[in-house]
Design a protein. Structure first.
Length: 457
């Protein structure tokens, strides 16, 4: 996949629309998409939809700065909003570089209808995570509020050929004209949201679920949903097969997707384990022993159990907002769970934050994906590199101003604070990258506790 060039105020842009896009019906669009988009992404999509004009040509390109002014947001917020629109399949972005610089073509895609969105395995999971079970069920009812169930009635609708009588004498000529017209239309390339399938044997899952009476054909249709739940919560094939059995109505032999989502969400409340093979190719050269153990643990646990164990070590608990952050990053990025775990450790442990902050976590995840980070070891090195750059900036300020900044230089800390004794603020370590043996011992103990907890669960 070609990475998008960095966006600047001088980047050009042009708005076009998929031929299937015929405008927005906001009464059905907003209630279902607003929780997924957020304020900035919603504003950007509405603005781009409004800017769709007939016959778009590159000579009519404008500068991104005009969009920034219109939306009253900065470049980082604009980039995050665009990422979210692309991830949700609402915008396809094309890039051109010529003598005028970089130009982006934003192709507006038609939103899903409420029923299509609820039936989409990925978007419905994300919506459920965003709004909670009660509001999600309310939206399900809203999607069919104008529908009257005709199951007890007899249909008397006339067929096409009962009403219309096409002239067979002109069929050959008509077919030629229709074929020519169809060829002039762009090929439909509706964005398809996909889920990586690493470390999950779907055929093995099907065999286990089939032995429990779950219809295989319906599970194949729900494959994207099942893989999404596996990637987020770390349930293995056997666990998901049992949850699928709970969600199956044996009387009608029907696998109920909504029930399955609720079962997975309920089952995720206790700490689960993730049967994931630790890569033998992880390059941990140069890492201290605590950092090596961190990489191993990040490879073994799924993101939410990993987050839960760190929060428990700090004496806290996982908030719904934090689960939504991991859900969004996991769905919109190709980052493996081990990288998300290092991101969690970096923010909550190394940086000493109380909770995962959505904007910061998403920004770092986006940066790591653009750099091709795909393993826990690479993510840890990237965190170290970021800290080195911060330290260099502090050093420059120190040289320009005074030596009072010498004790404020940030560094990657190979330690974990004493949660029961210390405050939630990060503990300052020694200068020059020295490792405090006491802190290393504390971190080893915490990692050992987490691994022990993981083994017993």
């Amino acid at each position: 996949m070609i990475e998008r060039a960095p966006i600047t105020p001088k980047t050009g842009y042009l708005v076009s629309a998929n031929p299937k896009f015929v405008g927005l019906l906001q009464t059905s669009f907003l209630p279902f998409y607003q929780p997924l988009l957020g304020a900035d992404a919603l504003g950007l999509f509405l603005a781009l939809s409004d800017l769709v004009k007939p016959n778009p040509v590159l000579t009519k390109r404008q500068l991104v700065s005009t969009l920034l002014v219109r939306l009253n947001i900065g470049l980082p917020a604009f980039s995050r909003a665009l990422d979210r629109l692309e991830g949700l399949g609402l915008i396809k972005t094309y890039q051109l570089s010529d003598e005028l610089g970089v130009t982006l073509v934003f192709e507006v895609q038609p939103p899903l209808t409420p029923v299509e969105l609820i039936n989409d395995d990925l978007l419905s999971v994300l919506l459920l995570q965003q709004v909670g079970a009660n509001e999600f069920n309310h939206l399900v009812q809203r999607a069919k509020e104008n529908f009257f169930d005709p199951s007890q009635l007899k249909q008397v609708t006339k067929s096409f050929f009962t009403v219309f009588k096409p002239d067979p004498s002109t069929q050959a000529k008509d077919d030629q004209a229709i074929t020519k017209a169809r060829q002039s239309l762009p090929t439909d390339q509706t964005p398809s949201l996909s889920v990586p399938t690493e470390n999950f044997d779907f055929n093995f899952f099907l065999r286990q679920a089939d032995s429990l009476g779950v219809p295989e054909d319906q599970l194949r249709e729900a494959q994207k949903l099942i893989l999404a739940e596996h990637r987020l919560y770390g349930f293995d094939e056997l666990q998901l097969a049992n949850l699928a059995a709970r969600a199956t109505d044996l009387a009608t032999n029907t696998f109920r997707k909504l029930t399955f989502k609720n079962e997975v969400q309920r089952a995720s409340q206790p700490v689960q384990t993730k049967l994931q093979v630790v890569s033998d190719n992880e390059d941990v050269t140069g890492f201290s022993q605590p950092m090596r153990e961190l990489v191993q643990l990040a490879d073994r646990l799924a993101p939410i159990p990993f987050l839960k164990q760190i929060k428990e070590q700090k004496g806290g608990f996982v908030t719904p907002a934090e689960q939504r952050v991991l859900m969004e990053i996991g769905r919109n990025s190709n980052l493996p769970g081990s990288v998300l775990n290092v991101l969690t450790w970096y923010l909550l442990v190394d940086q000493g934050m109380d909770n995962l902050v959505a904007n910061l976590a998403i920004s770092i995840a986006s940066s790591w994906q653009s750099k091709g980070i795909n393993s826990a070891a690479q993510a840890l090195r990237q965190a170290q590199s970021h800290q080195e750059k911060q330290r260099e900036r502090f050093d420059q300020r120190q040289n320009r101003h005074s030596s009072n900044y010498s004790n404020k230089r940030p560094r990657i800390k190979e330690e974990l604070p004493e949660w029961a004794k210390k405050s939630d603020h990060p503990t300052k370590g020694k200068k020059g990258g020295e490792v405090d043996p006491k802190r290393v011992a504390e971190m080893k103990k915490m990692l050992a506790d987490m691994k022990k907890h993981h083994k017993h669960n």
